[in-house]
Design a protein. Structure first.
Length: 94
């Protein structure tokens, strides 16, 4: 869906409509790409640029979701912890 905002008689801005859950899904995709980069290059060697390239987006877009590389790393580690916790709970529940 597109939203058309008319500025004046000659200029029109067309923007994609933000669907519910879009921001969370985009953030999750960035985190998963960061994890994939870290798996290939190590957490200490991956860059925001490589994560952006993996997703086919600009590095600037990543900064909409994360203030810096460290914040993205923290989110990636938390994501891994949550997934591991789910797996362990399933494995040890009767």
């Amino acid at each position: 869906m597109l939203i058309i905002n008319k500025i004046n008689d000659t200029h029109v801005i067309i923007m994609p409509k933000m669907m519910p859950g879009y921001r969370e899904e985009a953030r999750k995709n960035i985190i998963e790409a960061a994890i994939a980069e870290a798996n290939e290059k190590g957490f200490s060697n991956f860059t925001m640029e490589n994560v952006a390239n993996r997703l086919g987006i600009s590095r600037t877009t990543i900064y909409i979701y994360f203030r810096n590389r460290e914040e993205m790393l923290d989110a990636a580690i938390e994501y891994i912890r949550e997934k591991l916790s789910i797996v362990l709970m399933k494995a040890f529940s009767g």
